[in-house]
Each structure stands twice: as structure tokens, then as C-alpha cells.
Design a protein around this ligand. Structure first.
Ligand SMILES: Cc1ncc(COP(=O)(O)O)c(C=O)c1O
Length: 379
């Protein structure tokens, strides 16, 4: 069976893990964590980068930094992973779901302003498939209404919008290094802080509400509990693993882009026949080939294509159950707009396996055979 994902290892992970072992520092914020912080801040161009144990953790920290309190509203797409909403629900916030654009499947910026109320605190654009949301428009809206913008860049390490790395544009950005992402540490993530005034509090929240980071820098003579917080920092072994990956970030993106382009070119004819739609990447965005998806004509077509591909030994997947129709989404959130695109696209989207080492010809051929058989019968 050709799996949907297989984590890519650079070969240097063990070397750095052995070094961390020899250093004898296993808790967070040791030498490897610091190196990752510096490299990420340099690559992304943010004021400060802090490793977290997941993107979910970075989103939770963002909700605290945005001072989300019970009843505050946060505007986001419904077509996203549960963590985008959950982080704010944990603070008593209300996710307010807005429909997505049919081209990029990102938050439709033209619908955002009408969703703002007196309780709105933040906008959370999700850069789906590593393709940027319309950040200029979203930042303009946020500025006019005094809102924070928190980029859910879980899928977007290595992508840019108008030449700027994703995650560097809102006040805060959140990355994921989960093993299904491009650059990985098993579980892992980072909070990117672009508004430097939030940096000190972010360190405190991440270190159990204490000013321990300032203490280690010699800025205070003892450390103590100064604010609400939790433990959001990963240990050094994770940071050592990530260090190997971050150094190879560009190479990983380049190799994934090769597979993405192979699928894209190979499916041009099927798109011409009207059997599917390939991903759309606006000219002002570069993407990181985090995923390759197609949109099929109907739910029934997708399910039959998946069945046939699995039978032929290849594992495609689909996602998400839109949050506005999920049990928790209905309980904790509300929709601000009708959701025609979210509902339709989530039924029709299919993702092809995309990982370094995947048998790209097998995947493409299997998909084309399944799609041709199903679409020929139904047309
Ligand atoms: C859009 C989005 N946000 C948040 C997350 C959560 O990331 P993590 O697993 O690192 O917590 C994911 C994970 O897939 C995601 O795709």
C-alpha cells in the first residue's frame, strides 16, 4: 500500500539528538532550542520565534496574548482543523465562521468586515495548503476595527505572500511541525511574534506564568509567578530533531514542489475535460507544496475514486468536516455567513499522497485511472 504520508528524515536528526544527550540538558530552552529560535526568526523575519510543543499550543498562547475573554468573538474559516477554533474556545471565546473563497479555499476576506461585532477581538486567517490568504485586505480590516490578526500558518512554513513569509504578517503567527507537515519534529510548533510588545508576555505564558526566561538572561535576580500561563515549551530532544529539519527547509520545499508540479501537469487533461479542478495559487503567492488536492464534481464521485484507488493500493484522503457543522462547532461557535463554498468543497476535495520518496507515477496513474473510470460512467 502506498501510504498517505511518510515522515521525511534528513539523516542528521540522530547526530543532533546525540549531541543534546551528551550536553546533558534535556529540558526546554537549551542550546538547540535557541538555535531553532534564531534560525526561524531569521527565516521568517519575525521579532521573536518561540518553539512550542504544537501549533495548537501556539494558537492557545495567541488566544491568551490577544486577551480573549468569555464571550469575545474570533473570526475564522469553518474549513479548518479543530485547533484553530479550540484554542479560543478554551478561553471562553466564540468562533465566528465565515465562508471561504472558491479559488484558494481560504477565508473570504470580502465577507469578514460584515461579520465584525462589538465583541470581535481577532481574525484568524488559515493559509490552507500553504497558500496565502489575502493578507493586505485582512490587515486593513483589522486595523480599521482595532483587531488582532493571528495567522494559522500550520501548513505554511516556507510560503510567501507578496514576497513576505507567511506567519510574519499578522501580530502573531503559528507554525506546525507535526509529522504530516513539511518540516517536522513529530509533534511540534512555533509561535511567531511580529508585534514585539507581545514578546515578553509570550515568554511568560510559555514558561508556566513565570519570568524564568528573563531570569536566565540575567534581567531579574530571581524568578517568580507573574501571570497566567502553562507549559508550552518542547524539550531539547525535539529541538535537536527540528534543528536538522530546519536547516534542510529549502531543500525539502524544493523536492516537494517537484512532486506537486508532477501531479499538477499530469492532471491538466482531466481538468480540460471538466472532471476536476486543480489547486489555484495566486500570482502574488509562492507555496510550499504542503499538499496536492483536487476538487471532484460530487461527493459520490470522490467516494468512488477513493474506493478504487485504495483497491489499487494507494491511499488518498479527504478533510475537513466543516467546523460549523461539527458537534463542538455548533455548540461553541456560530456562522456569520451562509457556507455554500465550505459545504460544497469539503464534500468534493481529495488529497493525493505527497511526501519525499512517494511513487509519484504510481499515485498519478492510479488517480487518473480511477477518475477516468468514474467520470466516464457518470458523464
Ligand atoms: C490549519 C491547522 N491548524 C492547526 C493545526 C494543529 O497543528 P498541531 O498538530 O501542530 O497542533 C493543524 C494541523 O494539522 C492545521 O492543519
Amino acid at each position: 500500500m502506498e501510504p498517505f504520508n511518510r515522515p521525511y528524515m534528513t539523516g542528521r536528526e540522530f547526530v543532533y539528538i546525540a549531541e543534546a544527550y551528551a550536553n546533558g540538558v534535556l529540558a526546554g530552552d537549551g542550546a538547540f532550542t535557541k538555535k531553532c529560535h534564531e534560525l526561524l526568526a531569521q527565516q521568517i523575519g519575525c521579532a521573536k520565534a518561540l518553539l512550542t510543543h504544537s501549533c495548537t499550543a501556539a494558537l492557545e498562547m495567541s488566544a491568551m496574548l490577544a486577551d480573549v475573554t468569555p464571550g469575545d468573538e474570533v473570526i475564522m474559516p469553518s474549513y479548518t482543523f479543530a485547533s484553530t477554533a479550540n484554542a479560543f474556545v478554551l478561553r471562553g471565546g466564540v468562533p465566528v465562521f465565515v465562508d471561504i473563497r472558491p479559488d484558494t479555499l481560504n477565508l473570504d476576506e470580502t465577507l469578514v468586515e460584515a461579520a465584525i461585532t462589538a465583541r470581535t477581538k481577532a481574525i484568524v486567517p488559515v493559509h490552507y495548503a500553504g497558500v496565502g490568504c489575502e493578507m493586505d485586505e485582512l490587515m486593513g480590516i483589522a486595523q480599521r476595527h482595532g483587531l488582532k490578526v493571528i495567522e494559522d500558518a500550520a501548513q505554511a512554513y516556507g510560503s510567501t505572500y507578496r514576497g513576505r513569509p507567511l506567519g510574519s504578517i499578522g501580530e502573531l503567527g503559528c507554525l506546525s511541525f507535526h509529522e504530516t507537515k513539511n518540516v517536522i519534529s513529530g509533534e511540534g510548533g512555533a509561535l511567531l511574534i511580529n508585534d514585539a510588545t507581545l514578546a515578553e508576555r509570550a515568554e511568560i505564558i510559555r514558561e508556566k506564568g513565570t519570568n524564568r526566561s528573563a531570569f536566565f538572561r540575567g534581567q531579574v535576580d530571581k524568578y517568580t509567578w507573574v501571570d497566567a500561563g502553562s507549559s508550552y515549551l518542547p524539550g531539547e530532544l525535539i529541538a535537536a530533531f527540528l534543528w536538522a529539519q530546519l536547516q534542510q527547509g529549502e531543500d525539502i520545499t524544493r523536492r516537494r514542489l517537484g512532486i506537486w508540479q508532477h501531479y499538477y501537469d499530469g492532471l491538466a487533461t482531466l481538468e480540460e475535460r471538466g472532471w476536476l479542478r486543480r489547486p489555484i495559487v495566486p500570482a502574488h503567492c509562492t507555496h510550499n507544496a504542503h499538499m496536492f488536492y483536487v476538487l471532484l464534481p460530487s461527493l459520490a464521485t470522490r467516494q468512488e475514486v477513493i474506493r478504487r484507488m485504495r483497491e489499487a493500493g494507494v491511499s488518498p484522503v479527504f478533510h475537513y468536516v466543516p467546523l460549523h457543522s461539527s458537534p463542538a462547532g455548533r455548540r461553541f461557535g456560530r456562522t456569520a455567513t451562509p457556507m455554500p463554498h465550505t459545504d460544497s468543497l469539503s464534500d468534493r476535495l481529495l488529497r493525493l499522497p505527497l511526501w519525499i520518496g512517494v511513487d509519484r507515477d504510481l499515485v498519478l496513474r492510479t488517480f487518473i485511472d480511477a477518475c477516468t473510470a468514474v467520470c466516464n460512467t457518470s458523464s
